[in-house]
Design a binder for this molecule. Structure first.
Ligand SMILES: O=C(O)[C@H](O)COP(=O)(O)O
Ligand SMILES: [Mn+2]
Ligand SMILES: [Mn+2]
Length: 618
């Protein structure tokens, strides 16, 4: 997964896995240190002829899929690049009131784009349009970037786990067999995000696993909970703890010794991503495995209630300190011991990769684990990184996302520059490429990560947008790249803090950055798409069923920290785009998965027939 999986692997790996990764190129360091040397040796102007035939000759044993892109019948390739710019979490919401940060922000650039006839529309970014179980599921970055990059809609993790539980295939697989070795005499630990957000995990799926384990003989179970407040309303963690306690009481009746053993807020422990802050993962290891944390309580409800602090100035569920549950003698009730089983019950990859490495790799030195339990039966809900085969054992096979647009590009000699800051870096690389870590072809691509700040982003809502803009402008002007892919994290990451004022500022910053990028794209006769991956900043208040804002007893609007169900805008344009190119009107149901075909058309090629149709006509 981007830098996370390439760069960090050397810090801890199983010997047999090291080779495969060494053969793979790692993700790039910032441009100043690692220029795309290869892109220089292959001029960007002329897409090379598709090498599918040559490849078949050198590797006749492989059935070569024909990735050749055919020229578009009408639209010739542009002289400049094609840019796809993602404003992460920037939805087009029906509620256009004071709680819609996108609406409230001064965004002259986006406003002007909205006014261009037939070059602005909205597309679906949630639910079944992105492979989620139902249209009640909000979109998220993983499924959004998967759809944007692959041009296809595939059943995503949430749906695959539902199916595996409903049909019982989960309990027949190799992963389940592995953990069931611990059922008779050892402890089975479940670690993950406790909420019904459906972005990283779902509490009902955890319950399905717990019931399945107890029904199949698990004698001792411990659950390590990460409190949410980010994909679900802040403050809801207490309810999820109560529901889990009630379920566990029923399972105790069945003879299982089951309890919550440790926990903490998802932005404080365990769930770091893209190596933004390994200290979070260490805090999780210490609490879950060693039973060490700054706070001890005898039950989880008291832990969460106490650590949230006062009603006047509560600590968000996202940021609850790590805690350990202890018995009446003060001893932790559920440290992880030799021969135990450990299940990470999140299905989504990005925030599980680091903790997986800590559990999986014997030789791991990123932080001091102090004690590494022997003969752990360790599984993920899914395999989080198919390239690293991490973890080796899992309960449900992950979605298979094949023939992604990046694969077409590298097979057709099309050079790509992809850039974001740490928090979204894997989104424009790993997720975009169908959950593949590292480069698809290092000779033709450069991935640039701008390091994110390590703070709560409402305190710095500009994040690294200006640095991303500067680096992307340089890439555009370099003439090395035919495709430029950029993600601005601000509307999403600041939106998750629930801070309306800061989120308005985040949207304004991004709007100014888009202006700069479009100007530079025009200067090189490029074509561009500006869009988003899901809503977030477009609604910052919890609402009742009629859409009315909900207020606390003190009259304070209750913040909405999660994504929204809103569609997202998509704009096309650029000095290199003929006036005749506009959105077609016969794809009203278009969604994120239609963007890849649209991009390929803008590059002057016909889109693959397996892709969702292009949104444009020429
Ligand atoms: O992981 C997160 O930060 C949120 O749960 C989802 O946000 P993302 O899908 O935009 O990353
Ligand atoms: Mn996102
Ligand atoms: Mn988000």
């Amino acid at each position: 997964m981007g830098k996370g999986c390439g760069g960090a692997l050397g810090k801890g790996k199983k010997k047999d896995e090291a080779k495969a990764q060494e053969a793979k190129p790692a993700a790039a360091e910032p441009a100043a240190q690692a220029p795309a040397a290869s892109a220089e040796s292959k001029p960007a102007e002329t897409p090379a002829p598709a090498p599918a035939a040559a490849e078949a000759a050198t590797a006749p044993q492989k059935m070569a899929y024909d990735y050749t892109l055919k020229p578009h019948p009408v639209l010739a390739p542009p002289t400049g690049p094609v840019m796809v710019c993602i404003l992460d979490g920037f939805g087009e919401n029906e509620f256009k009131d004071e709680y819609n940060a996108v609406h409230m922000a001064k965004t002259p650039t986006v406003d002007a784009l909205r006014a261009v006839p037939n070059r602005f529309r909205t597309i679906k970014a949630h639910g079944t349009a992105v492979g989620l179980p139902s249209d009640a599921d909000m979109g998220n970055s993983e499924v959004g970037h998967n759809a944007l990059g692959s041009g296809q809609v595939v059943d995503q993790g949430a749906r695959l786990v539902d199916i595996a539980l409903e049909t019982g295939t989960m309990f027949e697989g190799a992963g389940w067999k592995l953990i069931s070795q611990a059922f008779p005499a050892n402890t089975v630990h479940f670690i993950g995000l406790l909420s019904d957000g459906g972005v990283h995990s779902r509490a009902d799926q955890l319950v399905g696993c717990l019931r399945g384990a107890v029904a199949r003989g698990a004698k001792r179970v411990r659950v390590h909970i990460l409190t949410d407040g980010r994909d679900v309303p802040d403050g809801s963690s207490i309810k999820f703890v109560e529901e889990l306690e009630a379920e566990m009481a029923a399972l105790r009746e069945k003879g299982c010794d089951i309890a919550i053993a440790s926990g903490g807020g998802r932005m404080k422990v365990t769930m770091d991503r893209y190596e933004a802050d390994w200290a979070m993962v260490k805090a999780g290891w210490d609490a879950h495995v060693l039973g060490k944390a700054p706070h001890q309580f005898t039950d989880a409800k008291t832990a969460v209630t106490t650590l949230r602090g006062t009603d006047e100035a509560p600590v968000s569920d996202q940021y609850i300190d790590p805690f350990v549950i202890v018995d009446k003698n003060g001893a932790p009730v559920g440290t992880i011991q030799d021969n135990d089983a450990v299940v990470l019950f999140n299905f989504r990859a990005d925030r599980m990769v680091e903790i997986s490495k800590a559990f999986e790799y014997e030789d791991f030195s990123t932080f001091d684990r102090e004690r590494f339990p022997e003969n752990l039966r360790f599984v993920g809900m899914m395999q989080y990184d198919g390239d690293l085969k991490l973890p080796a054992n899992f309960l449900v096979p992950p979605p298979e996302i094949s023939h992604v647009s990046g694969q077409y590009f590298v097979r057709n000699g099309i050079t790509t520059f992809a850039c974001s800051e740490t928090q979204k870096f894997g989104h424009v690389t790993f997720f975009w490429n169908g959950n593949r870590s590292g480069y698809l072809d290092a000779a033709l691509e450069q991935y640039l990560e701008i390091p994110s700040d390590k703070i709560e982003f409402n305190h710095a809502p500009d994040m690294k947008a200006r640095e991303i803009t500067a680096a992307s402008k340089e890439a555009i002007l370099s003439g090395k790249y035919k495709v430029v892919r950029v993600n601005f994290a601000n509307p999403d990451m600041v939106g998750h803090t629930g801070d309306l004022g800061a989120t308005i500022r985040a949207c304004e910053t991004v709007d100014a950055c888009v202006k700069e990028l479009l100007e530079v794209m025009d200067s090189v006769n490029g074509r561009w798409i500006v869009t988003s991956d899901h809503g977030n900043a477009d609604d910052m208040v919890q609402r009742d069923k009629k859409g009315r804002p909900i207020f606390s007893e003190e009259g304070k609007a209750l913040p909405l920290t999660s994504h929204t169900l809103a569609p997202v805008p998509i704009f096309i344009g650029g000095a290199g785009l003929p006036d005749t190119v506009v959105f077609r009107d016969d794809e009203p149901e278009g969604g994120l998965a239609n963007v890849a075909a649209t991009t390929i058309n803008l590059l002057g090629y016909e889109a693959p027939s397996i892709y969702k149709p292009s949104l444009i006509k020429a």
